[in-house]
Design a protein around this ligand. Structure first.
Ligand code: B16
Ligand code: MG
Length: 217
């Protein structure tokens, strides 16, 4: 049996949410918008442009397209400077063990991320070669909770949606996986991620017995 195992990036493989937060905070502060860690939760799995709209909404700030574009560029430049020195030690616990097991068992591994910076991040942390397919924010027109990103990933590795597995840390991402008819696995807080079919706090809680059942489903 061979299945498509599709991984989200931010919050599943690496904790880049902290870098997104720092970069957005700079813009928000300048506009006098209070942007807290709790607010940052709203941006998980959400596209860059939608993230800006959410932040502006928090502060009831109206802006021209020109201003918005300038802020989007600035945010991404700051974000790029934060991720510039990322290394393998920023891979979240248990991820490598699961990737190694999947490779050993000849399973298909794909990325399904909203980020336009996914490839350079995988490269920096040294795991690009594990992936049989990469679908990111540059490839899709519809953001999560639309299932496009995951459907494209399964298609690229030649597997049907049914039986494909998605690891996600965001509500929007889990909704996308469910709409696609895939097996959704929430990584993180069980209460927040209650829409997942299975929940784990992190990858160290996922044992090979469980992975084996997914392969044979
Ligand atoms: P970028 P994921 C998402 O990645 C992040 O969770 C979200 O916070 C971010 O705004 C989005 O990528 C876009 O990222 O600005 O780098 O294109 O969780 O889908 O891997
Ligand atoms: Mg994520």
């Amino acid at each position: 049996n061979q299945k498509a195992f599709i991984f989200d990036l931010d919050g599943v493989i690496v904790d880049t949410a902290k870098y997104h937060y720092l970069a957005w905070q700079k813009i928000a502060n300048r506009l006098g918008i209070d942007f807290t860690h709790e607010h940052n939760e709203l941006l998980k799995g959400v596209s860059r442009i939608r993230s800006l709209d959410i932040i502006l909404g928090l502060g009831h700030v109206q802006a021209s397209d020109e201003d918005k574009n300038a802020w989007l560029t600035e945010k991404n430049e700051d974000y790029l400077s934060f991720i510039a020195n990322m290394q393998a030690d920023e891979i979240l616990v248990g991820v490598i063990e699961v990737l190694d097991w999947l490779k050993k068992k000849d399973q298909l591994i794909a990325l399904g991320s909203a980020s336009k910076n996914a490839r350079p991040i995988l490269e920096k942390v040294g795991i690009l070669d594990y992936f049989d397919a990469i679908v990111d924010g540059n490839d899709v027109t519809n953001a999560k909770p639309d299932p496009e990103v995951f459907l494209m990933a399964a298609q690229l590795v030649g597997k049907p949606a049914k039986g494909s597995i998605v690891f996600e840390d965001s509500v929007a991402g889990l909704q996308a996986a469910n709409v696609a008819g895939m097996i959704s696995i929430g990584i993180g807080d069980k209460t927040t991620l209650h829409e997942a079919q299975y929940n784990f706090n992190d990858f160290t809680e996922i044992d090979t017995e469980f992975l084996e059942t997914l392969v044979n489903k």
